[in-house]
Write a protein that binds this ligand. Structure first.
Ligand SMILES: NC(=O)c1ccc[n+]([C@@H]2O[C@H](COP(=O)([O-])OP(=O)(O)OC[C@H]3O[C@@H](n4cnc5c(N)ncnc54)[C@H](O)[C@@H]3O)[C@@H](O)[C@H]2O)c1
Length: 388
């Protein structure tokens, strides 16, 4: 496998916060990163030089003319995922697209169809699945360790948009989409908890709130999570949600509730969930990712530290370092890409891949639509799934 992976060529669109993480993870698993595409030829060239990527393409057409590139990673802002992925699949390349898969469910449905017809490997980068203990727990839940799942709860809280001077393209619906906190981070929570529990959301009841109705947009461009404050700004009306509270019903009758916020001071990037079953509970926190809490009624509770000797097979496969040597965010990308590139090396997707597929990405767009509809109507809303 190692020698085959090193003969696979990739290119990355976008070289901001997450594009750089993609490039580093690809290098780590031995894939050749031939080039990147930035928002302009100059910015791309400057970035390629800085992180040692051999080539900056002038356009997506130029990237797709590079015959060495078999897989394209899409890490551009959300509004570009649909046009970029469509062009990549039409050019006969495999694709790894960042979340959310698209801006609307009609776009993501179209991408599901195009990916299926192409026969290419098409993955969505819901990387949080690939913390080893999440892979482990999914298998354990499937094996019945928790009994019947009854309750799923938790949150995804951040604080990087707490002040009215905080700015990012995610605040602009034309670049980020009509849902912000739900689309940007709620989609991770929903994908992860459905992946681990094996359950699908059937109905939602949502309350979305925009606390900061006017923000100060810097006159120039801003990098994601940048600490710099602009001197010249323009006041902008904000229509997307800073925070959300959502009740959930699942297809087995389980119930759920979660909160999402980008304005919760002190929470840098805190995804937590807890699953309560008829036999036991499990809980995980992204800020302590190498620990899994297991709750019991008739015996003391447990803390499972990530350890290949103590995890199920999927957990072992996702782990790279010995127990006690902390694995984190960037490691999940390498684990996810290992699974994706094993399929690329075989030339087709596995029947039930552990990475998120385009139908999984589309699923989160459909749940998002139901959340938006529920918030508008102020009542329970069914997730509508049509054949695509
Ligand atoms: N999986 C995760 O944990 C995770 C984390 C962060 C971001 N993301 C996703 O990754 C994407 C990028 O987010 P980010 O935080 O890296 O944003 P960012 O602003 O840091 O980077 C975006 C990049 O896209 C480039 N770009 C803009 N227009 C372009 C164009 N026309 N052609 C090519 N490149 C263009 C920009 O120059 C920049 O390099 C988003 O869809 C976001 O939801 C996922």
């Amino acid at each position: 496998m190692a020698s085959r992976l090193s003969s696979i060529g990739a290119a990355v669109i976008g070289s901001g916060f997450i594009g750089t993480v993609h490039i580093e993870a690809l290098r780590r698993i031995g894939v050749q990163v031939h080039g990147l595409l930035g928002s302009s030829a100059e910015r791309g060239a400057e970035r390629a030089e800085r992180i040692g990527v051999p080539r900056a393409y002038g356009s997506l057409a130029e990237l797709l003319e590079d015959e060495r590139v078999e897989v394209v990673h899409v890490t551009s802002p959300n509004n570009l995922h649909f046009p970029h992925v469509r062009e990549i699949l039409a050019a006969g390349r495999h694709v790894v697209c960042e979340k959310p898969l698209a801006m609307t469910a009609s776009e993501s449905g179209e991408l599901v169809r195009l990916a299926r017809d192409s026969g290419k490997v098409a993955a969505v980068n819901f990387n949080i699945r690939f913390y080893p203990l999440n892979q482990h727990l999914r298998q354990a839940v499937g094996d019945g360790t928790l009994g019947d799942v009854r309750l799923i709860s938790g949150h995804y809280f951040q604080d990087w948009l707490l002040y009215d001077s905080d700015w990012n393209w995610r605040l602009e619906p034309e670049h980020g989409g009509g849902l912000r906190a739900i689309g940007d981070i709620g989609s991770h929570w929903l994908d992860l908890t459905s992946f681990v529990s094996g359950l699908r959301v059937t109905e939602v009841m949502a309350d979305l709130t925009t606390f900061i109705k006017v923000r100060q947009q810097p006159a120039g461009p801003v990098e994601t999570f940048s600490l710099e404050r602009a001197k010249e700004t323009v006041a902008r009306d904000i229509t997307t949600e800073d925070a959300a509270a959502v009740l959930l019903r699942y297809d087995n009758g389980a119930r759920g509730f979660f909160g999402v916020s980008q304005i919760s001071a002190g929470h840098k990037n805190s995804l937590q969930y807890e699953i309560n079953g008829s036999a036991a509970s499990a809980g995980w926190d992204s800020e302590q990712p190498d620990m899994l809490w297991l709750g019991h009624r008739g015996q003391p509770n447990e803390q499972l530290a990530r350890d290949a000797a103590l995890m199920t097979e999927p957990g072992r496969l996702a782990a790279a370092l010995p127990a006690g040597h902390v694995e984190g965010f960037a490691d999940t990308f390498a684990a996810l890409f290992r699974a994706v590139y094993a399929d690329v090396a075989r030339g087709a997707m596995s029947d039930h891949p552990l990475y998120a597929t385009f139908p999984d990405g589309h699923e989160e767009m459909l749940v998002g639509d139901a959340i938006a509809q529920s918030a508008r109507d102020g009542r329970w809303t069914t997730v509508t799934r049509a054949e695509v």
